[in-house]
Design a protein. Structure first.
Length: 561
């Protein structure tokens, strides 16, 4: 069976109606988004544990590829805050080489997801899981920025959440009050800039003002203790040459869990961003094409030392709000970042680290979704459990464990909820048909002859209700001679349900009890036919309605008599 590849980039679907006016709008939006993306790319790169230009390179190459090949007209790709924790953890455990391999593998997984048309499925990941790990990531990002915000002198930072706060408490006497002042002022500028300047991002304004201020303080007033990017990193203002990625089965086995986490997180965030964008623009993105584009970007970026790429909601919304309506805007944003890197890259070494910490603290606050988190705590208990467990696992352990256990817990609770909605009813003397569409006679109650029992399954017949079905089959008194199983409300049947039915037929045959099926829909009938259940039960004993099933049962009783 051939699977047609669902790959239809929006850029290649630009209509002939695309005009100079639309191009001007896309161009302006791309310039603004490129300026907005600059401080974020630098901050995300440093917070992830790589040099600042790696963040910019990721935004350039990844952003270009996401727009060029993507399934959304307005999606802006690049590094995002959601990846900071997982990237930092991979570098701590496996080094930069491990990050390169994990990102490359994640890209392959994303392409496979798109090729297998899993885009629609991924969008249905339970919302409490998304909010749980997003809020957990936000709190973890906030925690990682305390050292730079307060200008603390700490030789080595521990990896886990609780240990970080213990170390902060022990080094509180190393606080640089100048760094703290710069950080607090940066946060204030970011918060209040939108009230004065609507088009210019507060993070960019804060970086310009604080960089100039710190330069003057250091050069002319002799103020020490304010660390800048140049004190920690050497800026290479050029595009790096591509390098090979050393992959073998041993590294694949070690890094596959991390790659899966990057792929899942990237898929969720990019499709969520594209869906939000659709709601604003009225357009419709292609989920599978978007996944393939995200995968391609994550396959290519590691060759240049970049970090994982995904769709960025904030930059995508900035693109839309400034008139961007086609992938041309996203491509322009990548070219603007390239020019900034090549011509203004060396100036980034003067940016104070506490200012970048302020930028990321605002990012973490916006990511936290604390109002949504609070409202979800009023939801059913199962949602609250998934939310809190995912949140706590994210901050205490890591995102890989949080996503895996969160998904597992959500599936278990979902199956439990399905089990609770699936019921099995037993009738021995009379069957009430008054509320059914299956009534063919004037009477609303159907008499059940002696020796016949009717079991009705209301809901899916899968492994979750196998035991419940077995319990209902226990005889109330004398064993019946015929068991009619009504399946008119069974939408699907899995292999465990089929095995359960086969076991019932086998045991019933030993006890000389005839099994008759009633109201089997076409989908379930197909499953029964493939497993040759019609041969075991008898094709004539798979009936279309209850009246036919009762008639078959009466004929069987008469033959037995």
């Amino acid at each position: 069976m051939k699977i047609a590849l669902d790959f239809k980039p929006k850029l290649f679907q630009l209509k002939k109606s695309y005009s100079g006016e639309k191009f001007a709008g896309d161009l302006m939006a791309g310039v603004i988004v490129g300026i907005v993306a600059l401080p974020l790319a630098i901050a995300f790169g440093i917070a992830s544990g790589v040099s600042p230009e790696k963040g910019i390179i990721t935004a350039i190459i990844g952003g270009f590829m996401v727009s060029f090949f993507g399934g959304s007209s307005v999606q802006i790709g690049g590094p995002t805050g959601a990846f900071i924790i997982i990237v930092y953890g991979i570098i701590q455990n496996f080094g930069v080489e491990g990050l390169v391999i994990a990102t490359f593998l994640a890209g392959i997984l994303l392409v496979l997801m798109g090729a297998l048309k899993l885009g629609t499925v991924i969008k249905f990941i339970p919302y409490p899981i998304v909010v749980g790990f997003t809020s957990g990531i936000a709190l973890t990002i906030f925690t990682t920025q305390m050292k730079d915000l307060f200008g603390m002198t700490i030789d080595k930072m521990p990896g886990d959440f609780i240990s970080k706060w213990i170390v902060y408490a022990r080094h509180i006497e190393t606080i640089s009050w100048w760094s703290l002042l710069i950080g607090v002022l940066s946060i204030a500028v970011i918060v209040f800039t939108p009230k004065i300047l609507k088009k210019i991002p507060g993070s960019l304004v804060a970086i310009i003002i604080m960089t100039v201020a710190v330069y003057l303080l250091r050069e002319y007033l002799g103020v020490a203790g304010i660390e800048t990017i140049g004190d920690r990193f050497t800026i290479n203002a050029s595009l790096p040459q591509p390098e090979t990625i050393p992959i073998n089965m041993e590294t694949v086995n070690r890094l596959l869990p991390s790659a899966f986490t990057i792929a899942m997180l990237g898929a969720i965030e990019s499709l969520l961003s594209a869906t939000v964008a659709d709601g604003v623009t009225g357009d419709r993105h292609n989920s599978n094409t978007e996944l393939i584009a995200q995968g391609a970007a994550n396959i290519v970026v590691p060759f240049f030392g970049g970090i994982p790429v995904t769709g960025a909601i904030a930059r995508t919304m900035t693109n839309i709000n400034n008139g961007g309506r086609s992938p041309v805007a996203g491509i322009t944003h990548a070219l603007i970042l390239l020019m900034i890197l090549l011509f203004l890259g060396p100036l980034t070494r003067h940016i104070p680290m506490s200012c970048l910490a302020g930028v990321l603290i605002i990012v973490s606050y916006n990511m936290s979704e604390w109002r949504t988190f609070r409202s979800l705590l009023k939801n059913p208990k199962s949602d609250v459990i998934v939310l809190t467990v995912t949140f706590l696992l994210t901050i205490i352990f890591d995102l890989t464990i949080a996503i895996e256990i969160g998904l597992l817990l959500a599936m278990v609770l979902f199956m439990r909820r399905i089990m609770e909605t699936t019921n099995i009813y037993v009738s021995k003397d009379k069957l009430d048909l008054s509320a059914e569409s299956e009534v063919f006679h004037d009477n609303e109650a159907l008499e059940i002859p002696e020796g016949i029992e009717v079991y009705e399954i209301d809901g899916p017949f899968f492994f979750g209700i196998a035991n419940k079905f077995d319990e209902c089959m226990k005889p109330f008194g004398d064993k019946p001679k015929v068991r009619i199983i009504r399946m008119r409300k069974v939408p699907f049947m899995d292999s465990t349900g089929l095995h359960n039915l086969e076991s019932l037929c086998r045991l019933s045959a030993k006890e000389n009890i005839q099994i008759i099926l009633s109201g089997v829909n076409e989908k379930v009938r197909g499953v029964l036919m493939k497993s040759r259940m019609d041969e075991k039960i008898g094709g004539e004993n798979i009936c279309s309605n209850i009246h036919e099933a009762i008639e078959k049962a009466v004929l069987f009783l008469n033959k037995q008599a």
